[in-house]
Design a protein around this ligand. Structure first.
Ligand code: CTP
Ligand code: CA
Length: 238
């Protein structure tokens, strides 16, 4: 059974979606990274394009196999980035011309304070090595601060459940802090969320109101997130 989307409810919209995970160099051969595969972001880009939007996918270290379907889609363009700083620069530029901005990428919170020009060796280390890290700019916060009239901004949050606090409570606090129109919150753990086909998410407004709850494939989650985006957009021009 093939289910072909015939909806074109996103036609005329310009959309930018970040996907994957940034990498921060330590020395010429090493980096700090994370486990994001980029699948959820790519699914968001593909669903948007299938529903008629013009999409820029900003991919941070997403395997070619994962971007394959997006690269051959006529309404998806792909820009590849490496570090959080590169991602930030690209997102600011693309967001300036976009109606909807989705930050699905896992952005490194810290970068190495001083990247070594040469490969760090074990000589003289005495069995220990310290790396000094400095915080990266919050890209999403910057996009929210620069938000244009009529622009919808969506953030993602991967949370590990904490004692005495539900996933949704944690998410609501982050939603208030981030100020994005929508925050898609999913639970992650050693064996949840990353590198997997399925996902389970709640979608919250900046006020912490739950507007979506979906468990399913990353494609199904992407469809549901776009439903939330269209419902949240002030004036439907379609
Ligand atoms: N994000 C961002 N720039 C950063 C860090 C995160 O734009 N430097 C974005 C992510 O792409 C995501 C959202 O902010 O859409 C939430 O990311 P998350 O890591 O959950 O939030 P943080 O504010 O970094 O909080 P935490 O300390 O829990 O990691
Ligand atoms: Ca973070």
């Amino acid at each position: 059974l093939a289910i072909v989307s015939t909806r074109t409810d996103l036609e005329g919209l310009r959309v930018v979606v970040s996907a994957g995970g940034t990498r921060e160099p330590i020395d010429p051969v090493r980096y700090l990274g994370n486990r994001s595969s980029g699948r959820q972001g790519v699914a968001l880009a593909l669903v948007a394009a299938d529903r008629g939007a013009d999409v820029m996918l900003v991919a941070a270290h997403v395997d070619d196999a994962v971007t394959a379907a997006a690269s051959s889609h006529p309404r998806v363009a792909i820009t590849r980035v490496g570090t959080a700083a590169e991602l930030g620069e690209t997102m600011r530029r693309e967001a300036a011309a976009s109606d909807v901005v989705i930050m699905a990428a896992a952005v490194a919170d810290y970068r190495v304070a001083e990247v070594s020009e040469r490969k760090i060796t074990k000589e003289r280390s005495g069995g220990r090595l310290s790396l000094e890290l400095v915080e990266n700019d919050d890209i999403l916060a910057g996009l929210v601060a620069a938000r244009r009239d009529g622009q919808t901004i969506v953030g993602f949050a991967a949370e590990t459940p904490a004692e005495g606090e539900s996933l949704e409570e944690r998410g609501a606090r982050k939603a208030a802090r981030k100020g994005a129109d929508l925050l898609v919150v999913n639970e992650v753990g050693w064996d949840r969320g990353f590198e997997r086909a399925d996902n389970s998410v709640v979608v919250l407004t900046a006020a912490g109101e739950r507007v979506g709850l979906v468990e399913g494939t990353k494609h199904e989650v992407a469809e549901a997130v776009w439903d939330c985006v269209t419902a949240a957009r002030p004036a439907h021009r379609h």
